[in-house]
Design a protein around this ligand. Structure first.
Ligand code: ATP
Ligand code: MG
Length: 205
């Protein structure tokens, strides 16, 4: 009898810091696709943010662990933090496939804004071959996602799946700006993340 495959969702990001938008999206995809696990992977040196100031990976990792700890399905991986050089998703997926083996199916989870940048990604055709992409889109963003699906033709139709998720107008950029200007981030990030940001003095300037 064929063994049922384990399904793992992969959520890549800078997570600077991780916030409720990431968590709600990951949980919505997990629930909808019956995933056994969601793996959050903080990038070490994000290819799209090479020249921008990114908080040291260790802080982003600790915040990610604290934010996901209470969800029994959520885990954080250090795979990109441990690999030198830019973190290309396709390399991460290949490494994870080798690590997990054939009995595991991977799904790459992205928000609508990231999906729109897909055409610029390194080796994106290979990435689409390797694992399907779940594009979490708010109701208003569907047409942008449809445009990207069309851009990739039949591969896009088969490998990019749209999932309607709640409207959460939250970004790490906004959170960093709120902290810098002394505004509250309560309920936008988990309490543990808020405490950590304040204790470590992150995003003050
Ligand atoms: P920044 O503002 O620094 O770019 P961000 O909030 O976009 O941060 P990232 O770490 O860049 O967070 O994003 C990681 C992943 O989470 C991406 O796929 C992104 O599209 C998705 N994402 C970010 N914010 C949301 C949100 N509010 N709802 C759904 N998905 C989100
Ligand atoms: Mg972003």
């Amino acid at each position: 009898m064929e063994q049922k495959k384990r399904k793992i969702g992969i959520m890549g990001g800078t997570f600077d810091p991780i916030h409720i938008g990431h968590l709600v999206t990951a949980e919505a995809v997990r629930n909808e696709y019956g995933l056994d696990q969601v793996l959050f992977i903080p990038a070490s040196s994000p290819p799209h943010k090479q020249n921008m100031d990114v908080t040291p990976a260790i802080h982003r990792y600790i915040m990610s662990v604290m934010a996901t700890y209470s969800n029994p399905y959520f885990y954080v991986s250090t795979i990109e933090m441990e690999r030198p050089g830019p973190s290309f998703t396709v390399d991460t997926i290949l490494a994870l496939m080798e690590q997990f083996g054939e009995q595991t199916e991977l799904f790459f989870i992205m928000g609508a804004d990231a999906v729109q940048e897909l055409p610029t990604w390194n080796n994106v055709d290979r990435l689409l071959e390797l694992c399907p992409i779940i594009a979490a889109a708010r109701p208003g963003c569907s047409s942008a996602i449809d445009g990207i699906i069309q851009y990739f033709g039949s591969v896009g139709q088969n490998r990019i799946h749209r999932l309607v998720t709640p409207e959460l107008e939250i970004s790490s950029t906004d959170i960093r700006e709120r902290v810098r200007t002394g505004h509250s981030v309560k309920y936008i990030v988990p309490d543990s993340v808020e405490s950590y940001i304040l204790k470590e003095g992150l995003y003050r300037e």
